[in-house]
Design a protein around this ligand. Structure first.
Ligand code: NDP
Length: 334
């Protein structure tokens, strides 16, 4: 089997940091592959909040920079040292620069090989779930190992990571206290297993948490919102509680004096999901667990909307404007 590979392709790039206007949909060269890499013709790419951080310069990158952090596609070219993957195989993978028609990638890294007869639904699932689903899975095990009957606060519970956290925490027999900015989003969090709901725009989160936990506070807060909720999460914790501050949707958290942790002996983490599956054994464990959850339907994946690659700017505007729940995908022109 061989594929005709063009020399140029469409991609979403930035040449400078800034607002949505720095996003460019442009023609760039198709990348060359190394011996240990494959060339993937992308079909769907998952949208994640991290693209905003690259764009605004919170996380530095070289320029020009092709955005994207996960995708699903077909292997169209294979380096001489690649094992276990063939031309024509479908692959779902986590790496940079996936908002493009073609991406070069070492498939021995963070990838899922998908059957040749995979349906379009399956391809969408494997473009939508890996980054956010693996984040939720690794965090509820490694960042704070959620226990049955724990009370856990999840901020932005109707978001991409939030819906996965909510389902997984509920499945472990713990109680999810969910925050979201609208009643529609809270309804969705409830459908995904949240037991207690707090509208972050109209209610006092700490007061409600204390009410729901009989004044004890929560065992852990999974907080991807960052700046706006850091203190709220801290105040919501029980004695010896754990704050997992894993994102910056509202802005980066300001430096924290360690004395803030003293009064309740708080554990504070700022994890990066990739550090939990750095070792091949860790990846094997988490990727297998993830696959089981997704394939069995135990972990439900909500795809909110699919945008053409050329409309990424609109997708980013929707995500950053808090208009979305669950996952956004980009469809890559074939
Ligand atoms: P979401 O789908 O959760 O979107 C972000 C949500 O944050 C919004 O929907 C909104 O929910 C909430 N939010 C609160 N304040 C703001 C604000 N000022 N501007 C925008 N949104 C706001 O995104 P993802 O699921 O992709 O990511 C969630 C978080 O997890 C991000 O911070 C991301 O960077 C982080 N992350 C971290 C990882 C890690 O390894 N550390 C890995 C993966 C994700 P509402 O309207 O309900 O408030």
């Amino acid at each position: 089997m061989s594929f005709k590979i063009p020399t140029t392709q469409k991609a979403i790039r930035i040449h400078e940091t800034g607002g949505l206007d720095v996003l460019k949909y442009e023609d760039i060269p198709v990348p060359k592959i190394k011996d240990n890499e494959v060339l993937i013709k992308n079909k769907y790419a998952g949208v994640n909040f991290i693209e905003r951080y690259y764009r605004i310069g919170l996380y530095p990158t070289q320029k020009p920079y092709t955005l994207g952090s996960e995708a699903v596609g077909t292997i169209v070219l294979k380096g001489s040292k690649v094992q276990g993957f063939e031309i024509g195989d479908y692959i779902s993978y986590l790496t940079e620069s996936t908002f493009a028609q073609y991406t070069n990638y070492d498939p021995s890294e963070k990838a899922f090989k998908l059957p040749k007869n995979s349906t379009d639904e399956k391809l969408k699932l494997y473009a939508a779930a890996p980054a956010q689903g693996l984040t939720a899975l690794a965090f509820i095990n490694d960042a704070y190992n959620v226990q049955k009957d724990d009370y856990i606060l999840v901020t932005a519970a109707a978001g991409g990571v939030g819906l996965f956290l909510t389902q997984l925490i509920k499945n472990r027999g713990a109680h999810v206290i969910a925050t979201a900015s609208s009643n529609e989003k809270l309804k969705l969090a409830k459908e995904n297993g949240a037991e207690f709901l707090i509208n972050s725009q109209t209610e006092d989160i700490v007061k409600k948490v204390l009410e729901f936990t009989n004044n004890k506070g929560v065992a852990a807060s999974f907080d991807g919102v960052g700046q706006d909720t850091f203190q709220i999460s801290l105040d919501s914790l029980a004695r010896k509680g754990t704050l997992i501050s894993f994102g910056n949707s509202s802005g980066a958290v300001d430096p924290v004096p360690l004395t803030k942790l003293v009064s309740k002996n708080i554990k504070l983490l700022r994890p990066n999901v990739f550090n939990y599956f750095e070792e091949p054994k860790e990846w094997e464990y988490y990727s297998n667990e993830f696959k089981k959850l997704v394939e069995s339907g135990e972990l439900k994946v909500r795809i909110e909307k699919i945008y053409p690659l050329s409309d990424y700017k609109i997708a980013a505007e929707d995500l950053e404007g808090r208009k979305t729940s669950g996952k956004l995908l980009l469809e890559i022109p074939q």
